[in-house]
Design a protein around this ligand. Sequence first.
Ligand code: F6P
Length: 342
Amino acid sequence: MNKKIGILSAGGDCPGINATIRGVGKTAIVEYGMEVIGILDGFSGLIYNDYLPLEEKMLSGILNLGGTILGTSREKPFKKKDNDPIADKPLLIKQNYDKLGLDALVCIGGNGTQKTAGQLAQLGLHVVGIPKTIDNDVWGTDVTFGFDTAVQIASEAIDRLHSTANSHKRVMVIEVMGHKAGWLALYSGMASGGDVILIPELEYDLDRVNEVLLNRSKKGKPYSIVVVAEGIEVPDGRRAGEYIAQSIQESTRLETRETVLGYIQRGGSPSPMDRILSTRLGSYAADLIHREEFGMMAAIRDNQAVAVPLSEVGGKTRLVPEDHYLITEGRKMGVFFGSPAS
Ligand code: F6P
C-alpha cells in the first residue's frame, strides 16, 4: 500500500523551506507514489487539524520562493503552559496523526523542532527531521539551509556600510542574527572585511576592542567595521549591537553608528546553494521514509547525505569551534575577535 505522509515547517522561517517541501513532496509522489499532505503552521496544525493536500502541481513554482507555503509557528507541544485549554497536546497530536492515517511525518525546523520531533518519535510517530535555520547551529549536520542565503544578505549589507563609514570616518557596528551561535557573524564578517568580529563562542574585552579601533585610526585608517553576533554576552536588557556601539563611542570618542540587520536576513529567495541543499535533503528524507528509517534527521556530513538519530540531536547546539580555520586565518590577517588568541 502506498504511504501517506505529512510535512510541516516549525520555528523561525528561513530561505529554502519551500524548496525542501518541494524536494520531499516531488520525490514522495513521483518516485514512490506516496500521498502527501501539508500540515499548517508547524505543530499547531497537528493540534488543531489544519492541513491541505499537496498535489504535485502545487509543488511547482516554489523552488525559489522565500518563507514557507505551509506557514510556521513556535508552538512547542511538550512545553506545559499554565491554563492551557488543551491538557495533553502530545496525545492530541498522536490522535490526529492516526486519524489522518499518516505513515510518516516530516518536520522541517531548527534545534527546537528537532527536539520536538524526537519526542514525537518516542511516542511512536514515524518522524523524519530536516534541519533548517539561518543560524547554522543544528547539531548533527555540517550545514543547514538558509545559512548561505543569510551570509549573502548580511555580507551585501556590510559591503554597503563600508562606503558610508568611509565617507563619514565612522565606526560601524553591525549586529547580525545567529541566536547563541556565531556562524553568521563569523562568515559574513570575514566575507565582507570586518575589522572586529565578536561571536558568543569567544570572550571579548571591550578595552582591547577600543584599543584596536584607536590604533586603526592612528594608523590613518578612516573607518572600522565591527560585526557583532546578537548572542554575545551583554548586560541584561541591552541589545548586543547597541551596547557595543555605545561603549565604543563613549570610550574612544570615535563617531560610532549601529545597524541591526534583523529579519531581512531571513527573508526572500534562497541562494542557489541553499536551493540545492534543500532539494537534496528533501529528497533524501523521502528516501528515508520509503526505507522506513524513522526517528532520524536527514543531515549533511562530509558532503554526504546521512541519517542522524533524532535522539542524539535534541537539546544540543552546534557552536563555532574556537580553532575554526576562519578565526585562525582572520587573526593572521589582523582581524580582531575580541581578545588575543590564548
Ligand atoms: O533561529 C533563527 C533566528 O533568526 C535567530 O537568529 C533569532 O534570534 C530568532 O530566530 C528570532 O526569531 P523570532 O523573533 O521569530 O523568534
